[in-house]
Design a protein around this ligand. Structure first.
Ligand SMILES: Nc1ncnc2c1ncn2[C@@H]1O[C@H](COP(=O)(O)OP(=O)(O)OP(=O)(O)O)[C@@H](O)[C@H]1O
Ligand SMILES: [Mg+2]
Length: 352
């Protein structure tokens, strides 16, 4: 009997986006159920016990006791630590299993998971293996830009091309979609985490002060922008860190422009890649994209100023998605109900 025979009877089929910063899980009929940091805390010894998962693990980062390590098992969009990813996904699936449902959950769920266009066959198989070992009956893999296009309800079958730009936690991925397929794509190992690191090194060099990752991320969300014309929630903030000279705590006042200065080199790498992909795009498709604008998704798309920076560099307008971090997982979730479309866009055996 085929595995999907059982999956049809499951009322908890799932869409999964295993991101570098957050794992998102969509449950059929329920929507986005889990949105947890991709982090797990475990004892350092071999086969060490899990101490905390998701949010609870993330808050320990930078203050771990000696015997505990916090692992962020997905790096630049691919699984870097298989066992830790498996522990994390298994745990989240067990929570989904505990949510109220119509039927007894005798069978595992059908899972649709997003993978990067750039991921190798081995990396894609690792995603599939994690889902199967976590209890899935059947797994389909979808390229994330395609999932995002479905999540945004774009007419992906249409002959009019769309350009999607996803600026996430550890990756930036851009793709042109037309007639249900990916025409061109580009991948950069740059996302929110790299933006945070650039703030850390900027402040270290300019003020000789070392700050933690969480402080850098907070400063980015309050002051960060990629264009001087963008409005940010604040104009300046006081940041606490450690003076590298004296080793003592030190507070510094940071202005909006300084954070922008730290973020711009990475932001410009993204616009450069965008220009390159547009240069390679057939003229008819560029015309479609000009009319519709570039669809912007991913958590880091929320940094103010992308619209201005992209318009200055490419003369294109942008459309920022609503809930930009959820487009991939919502697309995977929509495909659970649309088998016809799923059959057209799924990857076969981890390959195109
Ligand atoms: N308001 C905001 N302003 C700027 N950055 C933000 C904001 N909200 C979230 N972020 C950043 O978004 C990033 C996470 O985005 P997202 O959930 O799209 O990543 P991901 O899907 O886990 O990663 P990836 O797709 O790169 O593997 C984090 O680095 C976070 O700091
Ligand atoms: Mg993502």
């Amino acid at each position: 009997m085929p595995a999907n025979f059982f999956a049809k009877f499951s009322d908890f089929n799932l869409g999964v986006d295993l991101g570098s910063s957050f794992v998102k899980i969509f449950a059929q009929g329920k929507g986005v159920l889990f949105f947890e940091p991709t982090a797990i805390a475990r004892q350092k010894k071999k086969g060490g016990q899990i101490v905390a998962v998701g949010k609870r693990a993330q808050v320990i980062i930078g203050k771990e006791p000696i015997r505990i390590e916090v692992v962020e098992p997905v790096e630049h969009g691919v699984i870097a630590d298989f066992d830790a990813t498996l522990d994390l996904v298994k745990y989240l699936f067990s929570l989904v299993r505990q949510t109220p449902g119509k039927w007894l959950r005798l069978f595992g769920p059908q899972v649709i998971a997003g993978v990067s266009c750039q991921a190798t066959e081995v990396e894609r198989r690792a995603v599939k293996a994690v889902m199967l070992k976590s209890g899935a009956q059947e797994v389909f893999l979808i390229e994330k830009p395609m999932a995002s296009a479905v999540g945004l309800e774009l007419p992906i079958d249409s002959s009019a091309g769309s350009l999607l730009l996803d600026i996430g936690g550890g990756t930036t991925e851009m793709a042109i979609i037309c007639l249900g397929g990916i025409v061109l794509h580009r991948f950069l190992p740059i996302g929110g985490k790299q933006f945070d690191e650039s703030i850390i090194s900027f402040l270290r060099l300019k003020y000789g002060v070392l700050i933690g990752r969480a402080t850098a991320e907070n400063a980015k969300k309050q002051l960060g922008s990629v264009s001087s014309r963008a409005l940010t929630p604040r104009a300046q903030v006081v940041i606490r860190g450690r003076d590298l000279g004296s080793g003592l705590p030190k507070s510094i006042r940071i202005k909006k422009g300084e954070i922008m200065e730290a973020l711009l080199p990475n932001a410009q790498k993204i616009t450069l890649a965008l220009k390159e992909i547009l240069e390679e795009t057939p003229a008819e498709l560029v015309d479609d994209i000009l009319k519709k604008g570039i669809y912007l998704t991913g958590g880091s798309a929320q940094l103010p100023g992308w619209e201005t920076l992209i318009a200055e560099e490419t003369k294109m307008s942008v459309v920022l998605a609503q809930k930009p971090q959820e487009t991939v997982v919502r697309g995977c979730g929509s495909l659970l109900k649309d088998k016809k479309l799923l059959n057209r866009v799924k990857l076969v055996a981890g390959l195109r």
